[in-house]
Design a protein around this ligand. Structure first.
Ligand code: HEM
Ligand code: HEM
Length: 229
């Protein structure tokens, strides 16, 4: 006889290793936003010229990826949702203390509590960088920036004069403040990234788990697959 519906549902909901451990493969939206944002931060902070067309275009790309990821935090699968990794400094400290004293930490269905704080710090710093970038460029899209640069290159200097009559070189105090904050938040992103990468490798070593594979193409090792059954 088939089990009553409610019991069948309960059995399916019962906690298993797979339900409490982090995913062996993050979903495509998380992976795309992760590597896209990581590449954008590195390129804009270390490679291209601030304010160039490439810089503004990559910055807009990062903005689109961040928006997509934030929407996914509400609509995505369980492990991608904000509810799976709430920011909690006390649990984060307890988690780090446990790691430092050599305890094997418990598994979390998503980012561990310290990783979760790092993720929110990343998103906050990136939001500041994007918002201040938009202030500096007056919200101009990459297409408008390209058109302005082409006009200036062809000798039409009028493109440098904004609607408020202010020339590009004559920054208002507001824009100067935005420029300062933009650079500070960009440097903060780089510091967070260094701590984040160190954290991924140190924690992975301590808990003897490859944390990088699920953010790439998933863990395909037999041991991992068996552990998750
Ligand atoms: C991934 C995000 C971003 C990072 C890491 C980043 C990083 C930086 C850094 C480090 C600088 C200083 C470069 C220098 O002084 O040579 C800079 C300058 C600048 N950025 Fe960004 N940026 C980002 C996104 C954006 C966005 C979205 C915009 C505009 C929509 C933007 C517009 C500008 C402008 C106009 C400057 C020149 C400021 C000046 O006049 O010195 N950035 N950015
Ligand atoms: C500037 C560079 C980077 C930035 C801004 C960044 C940012 C982030 C963010 C925001 C998340 C949360 C993902 C989400 O839930 O959507 C994350 C997770 C993760 N990142 Fe990065 N990341 C960077 C570089 C890297 C690099 C180089 C690696 C590999 C060495 C890496 C490995 C990981 C891993 C393994 C996770 C999942 C951690 C876990 O298991 O909880 N990241 N990163």
């Amino acid at each position: 006889m088939a089990p009553p519906r409610i019991l069948a549902a309960k059995a399916a909901d019962a906690p298993t290793v797979a339900a409490t451990a982090p995913p062996s493969l993050w979903d495509p939206v998380v992976r795309l936003s992760h590597w896209g944002i990581a590449a954008a931060v590195v390129l804009n902070a270390l490679v291209n010229e601030g304010g160039s067309l490439a810089h503004v275009s990559i910055g807009w790309g990062a903005m689109a990826l961040l928006l997509m990821r934030l929407i996914w935090g509400v609509l995505g699968p369980t492990e991608a949702r904000f509810s799976a990794f709430p920011p909690n400094p006390l649990t984060a400290i307890a988690h780090l203390r446990g790691l430092a004293s050599g305890e094997r930490p418990r598994e979390y269905p998503s980012h561990n509590p310290a990783g979760a704080l790092m993720v929110y710090a990343f998103w906050a710093a990136l939001t500041v960088v994007i918002a201040t970038g938009l202030v500096m460029t007056g919200g101009a899209t990459p297409m408008q920036v390209a058109a302005d640069k082409a006009a200036v290159a062809s000798g039409d200097w009028a493109a440098l004069v904004k609607d408020d009559g202010e020339e590009d070189g004559e920054d208002s105090v507001f824009k100067e403040g935005a420029e300062e904050m933009h650079e500070i938040a960009a440097n903060l992103l780089l510091i967070l990234a260094a701590l984040h990468i160190a954290g991924v490798f140190v924690e992975g070593r301590l808990i003897r788990r490859n944390l990088l594979a699920p953010m790439l193409l998933g863990s395909k090792t037999k041991a991992e697959a068996k552990r998750r059954q």
